[in-house]
Ligand binder design. Sequence first.
Ligand SMILES: Cc1cc2nc3c(=O)[nH]c(=O)nc-3n(C[C@H](O)[C@H](O)[C@H](O)COP(=O)(O)OP(=O)(O)OC[C@H]3O[C@@H](n4cnc5c(N)ncnc54)[C@H](O)[C@@H]3O)c2cc1C
Length: 503
Amino acid sequence: MSNQTADIAIIGGGSAGLELARMASIAGQKVVLFEQGDANGRHVFQRIPLLVGKIIGNRRFVDAAQSVPQTSAGNRQLPVLTGRGLGGSSRVNGNVAYAGSTLRYSHVFDPLGLDFTDILNDMNKDTTAPRPHSWNDALSDKFLTAAQTLGTPRVDDPDQHGALNGGSILHVNTKRGLRHNHLENFRANANSNNIEIIRAQASTITFDGNRATGVAYQTGGTTQHILAGEVILCAGAIGSPLLLMRSGVGEAQMLASAGLPAVHNLPQVGQHLKDHANLRLPFSCDGHNTLNQKTRGASALWEGLKFIAGSKDSILRGPGASAGVNVATKGDIIDDSYRIQLVHFTQDRSKVSQSGIVFERQQKASLGIYALWPKSEGAVRITPQGAQIDTGFLSNPADVQTTLAGMKHARAIMSEMGVGPDPQTDIDEELMRNGVYSGYHLIGSNRMSMDAASGVVGPDFAVHGLSDLSVCDASVLPDHLSSHSYLSVIAMARMFGQIRGWL
Ligand SMILES: Cc1cc2nc3c(=O)[nH]c(=O)nc-3n(C[C@H](O)[C@H](O)[C@H](O)COP(=O)(O)OP(=O)(O)OC[C@H]3O[C@@H](n4cnc5c(N)ncnc54)[C@H](O)[C@@H]3O)c2cc1C
């Protein structure tokens, strides 16, 4: 056992962990940062937006778990993917960049007494999170024009917050066509003199009574121990609740039956897990080549050459989706809203955790649909056999109704575009229940709340009932804030930094 000391031990070098380490190091704090994943942070596939789809089947970059059977989603066990290595999930994400509307933040955070207005405004001016448009083509124009004809205005998202009701070519987190997430920002701006990175999985948080004292980890077959003034857990929506439980913080009976020590009975750990349950409706689009065609043979070579030449319309400059609309049928930030995204390919999604995204060959694309503010909740649990992830997809009837409304709207858009929905789209509810997959926007499993009866951390990010231990990552989001979760997580990290005076 070594007894090295640090001001702060951060567990998890993902989106939130890197942003906190950057801010804390600049503010003069001595940081030890634990990251379980590989050192390779600049794999070429990780920098070129479209190619990330290939590495999400690679265990060097991604942890893939299977959910428990989803009783409201065809009893299927669905892949749950999270990124690993410096950058975490931002290293492999789709790169679509919407922080979310200030109205939605007010709805979620006013009861907790937090005001994100300045943080969101600063993020807009901020060159550390650039958000230019993705590539565009005739099919995207057709999609946005059809949506506009049906009542969803085309907006350019000038405030970058993500329009509550409007459509645009996607904004992506890129600089000069290359992905530019907070790993780049961390490398460019952190004070590396104040950060030590330990490439190891933290096995437990250590405690003296109710006070967190540091982190234990395994290296070379021995247990090492870092003492720290405080511990900040940033291991993500799956990793953070699991590490709390393995360290003895969670529902006492569940911990006892899994043979884990009891440090602090906190039943809300792992509860309220949420995700965007995402459905895709494929359609034929004769006359338009999609990524199914453009990523093969001479077309692929041409797109590569355009990318090297800096052409803005190379398909390599964006993810496989190119445009999206948020539809707030009642102008609502709370209920009934859904998102429809033009996805320029079709794939067998059940294979993604083994092979990454593999495009089909037909001249087809798809519309992706999900409820923006889902109410369905699952949980992360621990059992004698190990971790159990329940995404709870479609378990709340309100989400079923919202998704069905989104499917109906998507079909109307297809019809307006003059493209053909497949005949299988006749059986909506069955298709939906057997078709939804993870949107990879996992949040809420250590949610922020005013008390321990309804959540895990307080508005100051400190774990209820413990001292010198905080959580700051997607797990503390009390609810979805945007159509996508990465920049909302960065907004949370900035709020942590603002509270600590690090900004
Ligand atoms: C495939 C995919 C596509 C996505 N697409 C988009 C998108 O297009 N737009 C968008 O906005 N969002 C997207 N997201 C979601 C977004 O990237 C995440 O919400 C966000 O990155 C979560 O940040 P985080 O800090 O909570 O966790 P992460 O970024 O996942 O970081 C957690 C880190 O902790 C490390 N860790 C875990 N346990 C331990 C331990 N015990 N010891 C040491 N290290 C540990 C992990 O290795 C990881 O690096 C996507 C996510 C995925 C997986």
